[in-house]
Write a protein that binds this ligand. Structure first.
Ligand code: SF4
Ligand code: MG
Length: 331
C-alpha cells in the first residue's frame, strides 16, 4: 500500500535504521472487531512505532503478527496483500497525507481502484464514491468530490483520509493521534465518527494518543506504554479511574482536567523527569528513575505482568503478591 507519505515514511525508516533503535520491546496486544483499543503514552514511548509495525511499514525483528488467527509473513504473498488491505493506517496530519494537487475524487478513486473496489463502470464508481463520503458524514457528496485538500477544513481533510482508508474495506484501523492536530472544537466529532464506524463496520480500531482523558472517553480498552513497553492494560473506565501502575497514575495526575473530553491540549511531556532514551533504556523497571514508589529490586529486575482483578494487569513489582510485603527503601 503505497498511499502517500512515502517520502516521510522513507525518511523515518532511514533514521531508524541508522541508529537501530529498539523502539518497542516485548509488546503484545490484541485488537478485537467492534472495539477501540487505546495505546497511550508520551512522545517517544514507541506508540507510533507499534502502529507502523502493525501496518508493516517497519519490519519486525522478532515476534509475529496474526490476522484472524493466521500469521502474516511480510513480503508479497497473497496473505500479505490481504493483510495490507485489511489493516489501514490513519495519520496525525491529514494535510501531509493528502496530495495537495489532487481532488477528493482523485484520492478516493485511486484507493478504490488499488483495492479492486471501484466497481464496473462510471455509475458504480460514482455510487461507491458517494457511499464513502456518506460514511464519513461529508454530505452531500457532490459538494466535496471536486475539492482540493486546501479547500477543506482540518476536520474535513481527516474525514477524507478516513474515507480513503475505508475504500480498502478494512477490518482494522490504526489511528495514530488522529485528532491531535485538529482544532479542539472538532476533535469530538471525528472521534464520534470513528466510534460510529467501529459499530457499523465492526472495525477493530487502535487509537494511539498521548491524551489519556480522550482514551477514557473513546476507547473500550486502554493500554499504557512507557519507554517501549506496555506497562498496564484493562478496560478504559477502570484503568483511568483507578490506575494501578505508578506511571499511569502520573499520567492521570498531570492531565489538565480528568473530566474533560478530548478538549484542552494534554501536555505530551508528563510530570517530573524526561522519558528515557530508547537507545539505552534504564535496567530493571524502565520507569524506576521517575517512580515515586521505586524499590530496590526495581533498579535491576524487569517486572513481568501481574494480573489484577477484572481482567486488568500491570507490569509493576508493587503487584507481586508472591513477594514479601514490599519494604520501602531507606536512603
Ligand atoms: Fe515503580 Fe517499581 Fe513499579 Fe517500576 S516496578 S513502576 S519502579 S514500583
Ligand atoms: Mg507519534
Amino acid at each position: 500500500t503505497k498511499h502517500f507519505p512515502v517520502r516521510r515514511t522513507g525518511k523515518d525508516l532511514l533514521a531508524r535504521r541508522r541508529r537501530t533503535v529498539h523502539a518497542v520491546d516485548d509488546v503484545s496486544l490484541e485488537l478485537r472487531r467492534g472495539t477501540v483499543t487505546a495505546l497511550v503514552g508520551e512522545s517517544g514511548s514507541g506508540k507510533s512505532t507499534v502502529a507502523r509495525l502493525l501496518a508493516q511499514l517497519y519490519p519486525l525483528t522478532a515476534g509475529e503478527i496474526r490476522l484472524g488467527g493466521t500469521a502474516v509473513k511480510a513480503g508479497r504473498g497473497r496473505s500479505f496483500r490481504a493483510y495490507v488491505r485489511q489493516v489501514q493506517l490513519i495519520f496525525q496530519d491529514p494535510f501531509a497525507s493528502l496530495n495537495p494537487v489532487h481532488t477528493v475524487r482523485y484520492h478516493l478513486t485511486r484507493a478504490l481502484r488499488i483495492h479492486g473496489r471501484a466497481g464496473s463502470g462510471a455509475t458504480e464508481l460514482e455510487a461507491n464514491l458517494a457511499a464513502l463520503l456518506e460514511r464519513v458524514q461529508l454530505t452531500p457528496p457532490g459538494q466535496y468530490l471536486e475539492k482540493f485538500p486546501h479547500e477543506l477544513s482540518g476536520g474535513q481533510r481527516q474525514r477524507v483520509a478516513i474515507a480513503r482508508a475505508l475504500a480498502a474495506g478494512p477490518q482494522v484501523l490504526l489511528a495514530d493521534e488522529p485528532v491531535s492536530m485538529l482544532d479542539v472544537s472538532i476533535r469530538l466529532g471525528v472521534l464520534n465518527l470513528l466510534r460510529d464506524l467501529k459499530e457499523r463496520l465492526r472495525l477493530a480500531i487502535l487509537y494511539i494518543t498521548h491524551d489519556i482523558a480522550s482514551a477514557r472517553y473513546f476507547a473500550d480498552t486502554t493500554l499504557v506504554m512507557y519507554a517501549g513497553r506496555i506497562v498496564e492494560g484493562g478496560d478504559s473506565e477502570s484503568v483511568t479511574q483507578h490506575p494501578a501502575h505508578p506511571y499511569t497514575q502520573l499520567l492521570i495526575a498531570s492531565a489538565p482536567d480528568p473530566g474533560r473530553i478530548a478538549g484542552q491540549e494534554a501536555r505530551e511531556e508528563t510530570g517530573s523527569g524526561e522519558p528515557p532514551s530508547l537507545i539505552a533504556p534504564p535496567p530493571g523497571c524502565r520507569f524506576h528513575p521517575r517512580c515515586p514508589q521505586a524499590m530496590e529490586r526495581c533498579r535491576t529486575e524487569l517486572p513481568p505482568r501481574f494480573d489484577l482483578a477484572g481482567g486488568r494487569w500491570a507490569a509493576c513489582w508493587l503487584y507481586d503478591t508472591a513477594a514479601a510485603p514490599a519494604k520501602e527503601e531507606t536512603k
